[in-house]
Design a protein around this ligand. Structure first.
Ligand SMILES: [Zn+2]
Length: 139
């Protein structure tokens, strides 16, 4: 699952909150990722994560998130860079998680265009009309 997809999926599971990954009231954009990936299954902060491996794998992926599109805030280039920018947009600019996902998706698409061999998406181009199309064309 892509980061943008995980944020969107998690966003429909709980309301948005700020300054915290999760609370009984909901999740931030990163908490949404945790729920979407099945790493978190409770809003109770005393309940441990089921695992963190998928959360870090998805949120660590280099997709060109380097600078805040609003205020030019630029976190140090570390493995936390994506998470810092996402938390910044969620908490400081109060972007909806859907908006954050849209912004990330642009970077994911750009990354796939630049690095097609690393793409998670199979891109195929069917040159022959399908049998269904043939039958329609023949009437
Ligand atoms: Zn900013």
């Amino acid at each position: 699952m892509k980061l943008s997809e995980a944020i969107r999926l998690g966003a429909v599971m709980h309301p948005q909150i700020y300054r915290s990954l999760r609370s009984p009231l909901g999740t931030c954009a990163l908490g949404a990722v945790g729920f979407a990936l099945g790493c978190l299954d409770s809003l109770d902060t005393t309940v441990d994560w089921k695992s963190t491996a998928d959360f870090y794998r998805v949120t660590n992926k280099e997709i060109g998130l380097h600078i805040c599109p609003v205020c030019q805030y630029t976190p140090q280039p570390t493995s936390d860079q994506n998470r810092l920018l996402i938390a910044h947009l969620n908490d400081d600019h109060r972007w909806t998680r859907e908006c954050i996902a849209d912004w990330i998706e642009i970077h994911e698409i750009q990354t796939e265009i630049n690095n097609p061999q690393n793409s998670e998406t199979e891109i195929s181009c069917e040159l022959q009309p399908s049998s269904h199309e043939n039958s329609v064309l023949k009437g």
